[in-house]
Write a protein that binds this ligand. Structure first.
Ligand code: S5P
Length: 262
């Protein structure tokens, strides 16, 4: 059985199967994080890198002119270029509050984002609250089991407890934001890893970068790259970003091929 067939067979949610199929089909395990703060610059960046990614990660709360039209355009681009949308909301409250934050407000994240994430800190209630809203819409959740930043407190027993929490909610938790493989064959969670860069080791504000090959050797499925692809918004060059996306796509796919003998 091929590597992807095996991984897909291990998944309990349709969304995680879809993501692995997409990675294989597009030969891309690259998620680009577009941390830009206007609608226009975000959409232009997605237009530039869309053909090379399996996922686009957003932080919609930083967009000064956010409206529903942005969401509609993002959804259109996700169909046009075949990628999933991941709103990096990092929920961190009690179940009742997160269910409201996920479904309501200006952003209505559950209506359009295939995937979102949450800290395990509050306990199982956070997963229950999000699941109540997201499960029937076919959404999936990633738990932040580890972080890329220097001095992160999400280590050791906290990471283990995050894994145990995910195991109790396999219908909705599809995997982790983590720096290494967590779980085994019986709970084959997806690992999405930020803090990935080919050229620099940090950003002077605590971010730490490893190369695609380093993280994929450690068990990553999807590499999350922000500024390494997009550059900074103040000096944005969409053509360069498209070229960088191709470079990271190639690096990610080659590492996956090598590590898993595809
Ligand atoms: O541990 C983490 C978790 C996340 S989701 N470390 C991170 O950096 N992130 C996010 O990934 C962060 O919020 C940012 O959007 C992206 C990394 O961006 P970059 O420009 O440093 O690649």
């Amino acid at each position: 059985m091929s590597y992807f067939d095996k991984r897909i067979g291990n998944q309990s949610s349709k969304l995680s199967k879809d993501l692995l199929q997409l990675v294989e089909r597009k030969q891309s395990n690259l998620c680009v994080s577009v941390d830009f703060n206007t609608k226009d610059s975000l959409l232009k960046m997605v237009e530039a890198v869309g053909p090379y990614v399996c996922m686009i990660k957003t932080h919609v709360d930083i967009i000064s002119d956010f409206d529903i039209d942005l969401v509609e355009k993002l959804k259109e681009l996700s169909v046009k270029y075949d990628f999933l949308i991941f709103e990096d909301r990092k929920f961190a409250d009690i179940g009742n509050t997160v269910s409201l934050q996920y479904s309501s407000g200006v952003h209505k994240i559950a209506d359009w984002s295939h995937i979102t994430n949450a800290h395990a800190l509050p306990g199982d209630g956070i997963v229950k609250g999000l699941k109540k809203v997201g499960l029937e819409k076919g959404r999936g959740l990633l738990l932040l089991a580890q972080m890329s930043s220097e001095g992160s407190l999400a280590v050791g027993d906290y990471t283990k407890a995050s894994l145990a929490m995910a195991q109790r909610h396999k219908d909705f938790v599809i995997g982790f934001i983590a720096q290494e493989k967590l779980g085994g064959e019986n709970d084959d969670f997806l690992i999405l890893t930020p803090g990935v860069g080919l050229d620099v080791k940090g950003d002077g504000m605590g971010q730490q970068y490893r190369t695609p090959e380093e993280v994929i050797k450690a068990g990553t499925d999807v590499i999350i790259v922000g500024r390494g692809v997009t550059g900074s918004q103040s000096t944005v060059d969409y053509q360069k970003a498209a070229a960088e996306a191709q470079r990271y796509k190639k690096a990610g796919w080659e590492a996956l091929t090598k590590v898993h003998g595809l």
